[in-house]
Design a protein around this ligand. Sequence first.
Ligand SMILES: [Fe+2]
Ligand SMILES: [Fe+2]
Length: 169
Amino acid sequence: MAAKAEKTLDNLFHDTLKDIYYAEKKILKALPKMAKGAQSEKLAAAFEKHREETEGQIERLEQVFEIIGKRAQGKTCPAIDGIIEEGEEILEEYKDTVALDAGLVAAAQAVEHYEITRYGTLKRWAQVLGMKDAAKLLDQNLQEESKTDEDLTKLADAQANDKALKQAA
Ligand SMILES: [Fe+2]
Ligand SMILES: [Fe+2]
């Protein structure tokens, strides 16, 4: 029986990079739907702003692929597919209700937290693997995701959650 090929942190790093690359591309497609669905202009603007940031994040990931000498390529991530599907359910099931925006904020925060866990891990692994430039690029994405998560909390606190408490007049 042939020995099973050894896998190392390099393999984990590459596979996880493909995972988040796939996820970012899915998110790029989902954000305009979220922006279009949002009732509050501020929330729509936040989704649009993050869509633009996501384009830059994808470019940074492509730079990381270049650093490791691999072709930029995604790998299906069932986790992000599921999280985005739940967001689409909110859009459908809460359409025209006072709770829609609160639900959309929550759905978006689930996405951000998924990204934060991926970038936190990838940044750490890049450091361990001695790839300073890759670690820096991944940290930039991590910071943007964290800031987006905080901004979403502020939007929920300022408006969406209170609005969701009330019956429509
Ligand atoms: Fe992202
Ligand atoms: Fe994000």
